[in-house]
Design a protein. Structure first.
Length: 414
């Protein structure tokens, strides 16, 4: 029997560690495609999201689940608050509620309400793999966390289920959040996630249910992003004000040394120290001026690289197991990508690389699937008008895997 699972996500207050620009930062070695460091604009009230969503799901026991699959489907809704600590990692608090249905040993369908509150650790896989890009259309965000779940808490449910108690216990949350950016402040979300807990959460359990209850939710929702919505790097080193202050300090030290020399020849030790301080201050001013020039040159190179990145977009398409064909979402993503390619440099050649999960299945079959995935993306981009001379495609073998472990059913365009 096909199994369904459930999970839900929503609101609670998060406290997070934020980055500030209080200290001068040396960005001379900043990666042009950052994942974690080099950002100076993420204050506490920046990069927050409030989300609402709703969908369907089901909860099943680990052993026996009698009845038809449709008997287990229920509805759910959720609200959540997310704080992004940097472009890759974030924290989310979720409150969800709804109703599940189960079938007991007498083949009677029983319904019961539930509420779950949990906190999740979020990882923006698209930003981690492809580098941070504020105007990316699609983001893949896997997550996991922990929380608390209560069920059968209404008198009506307790009477209908012949179980006059409220069930509650800890649960583990997991899932994949697919985010589609439709404007600077709004994302549309397609989420598949679940909860895992003990069977005592359900009022319809029996001796054959097994020790665990699992669930899967499929929901659609919308997120509103507020505060400062993007991340910016800091230009490092010293400012011109810092350099002028150091020069002024050097001039003052030189004047003090001159006055000390003319006023009292006996203060030779103090004069020598003042001259040493003046020379040291002048040296620091010269070093600071050089650092500023180097930082400005590096910032200009970074701007040029960012301009090239903006003109030569990158994208990642994810596939299910044994699938190489494109669905409607993939086609929409590639249509947006094709527009950017056609607007970009005409001599830039994009490499389309297909991958497969070599932890399962035969090696030869996985290589064929990886090649077919790359070819399907190649053919569709050509059909959208992208010149074939700007595209190459290939399938990667087991030694070239973008992710650790399972989940390598994807195609990258770079």
């Amino acid at each position: 029997m096909k199994r369904f699972y459930i999970a839900a996500l929503a609101v609670a207050l998060l406290s997070s560690v934020t980055m500030t620009g209080q200290e001068k930062k040396d960005t001379s070695a900043v990666d042009p495609k950052p994942s974690f460091a080099g950002f100076v604009t993420n204050g506490f009230w920046d990069n927050w999201e409030l989300s609402v969503g709703g969908g369907i799901g089901a909860a099943l026991f680990g052993n026996e689940n009698p009845g038809a699959a449709g008997d287990y489907i229920g509805g759910m809704g959720s609200i959540s608050a997310t704080k992004w600590l940097n472009p890759v990692f974030g924290l989310r608090a979720v409150l969800e509620g709804g109703g599940y249905s189960s079938v007991n040993a007498a083949l009677e369908k029983k319904s019961w309400p539930y509420l779950s509150l949990h906190a999740d650790f979020m990882m923006n896989l698209s930003n981690w793999i492809g580098g941070y890009k504020e105007r990316r259309v699609y983001y893949a965000v896997p997550y996991f966390g922990m929380g608390y779940m209560a069920s059968n808490f209404t008198k009506k449910a307790q009477e209908a289920n012949d179980f006059p108690y409220v069930n509650q216990n800890f649960v583990v949350s997991w899932g994949l959040l697919n985010k589609f950016r439709v404007s600077n402040s709004v994302d549309v979300n397609l989420e598949i996630g679940g909860l895992l807990g003990k069977n005592e959460i359900s009022p319809v359990r029996d001796v054959n249910s097994g020790p665990f209850l699992t669930s899967l939710n499929a929901s659609v929702g919308i997120s509103y992003r507020f505060g400062k919505r993007d991340f910016e790097r800091g230009a490092a080193g010293y400012t011109m004000d810092d350099i002028n202050a150091l020069k002024a300090e050097a001039a003052r030290a030189a004047e003090q040394a001159k006055a000390q020399n003319t006023a009292n020849e006996d203060l030779s030790d103090e004069l020598a120290q003042a001259q040493k301080d003046a020379a040291a201050a002048q040296q620091r001013a010269d070093q600071a001026e050089k650092q500023l020039a180097d930082a400005q040159a590096e910032l200009e190179a970074l701007k040029q690289q960012m301009a090239l990145d903006a003109a030569t977009p990158e994208e990642t398409i994810f596939f299910d197991y044994e699938v190489w064909g494109l669905d409607a979402v993939d086609m929409t993503t590639l249509q947006e990508l094709a527009k950017k390619m056609l607007a970009g440099p005409k001599d830039y050649v994009y490499t389309i690389t297909g991958y497969a999960d070599f932890t399962t299945g035969a090696r030869s079959n996985n290589i064929s699937i990886a090649e077919r995935r790359a070819k399907s993306v190649y053919d569709y981009l050509v059909s959208l008008g992208v010149p074939a001379a700007q595209l190459t495609h290939q399938g990667a073998g087991p030694d070239a895997q973008p992710f650790t472990g399972r989940g390598n059913q994807s195609v990258t365009i770079k």
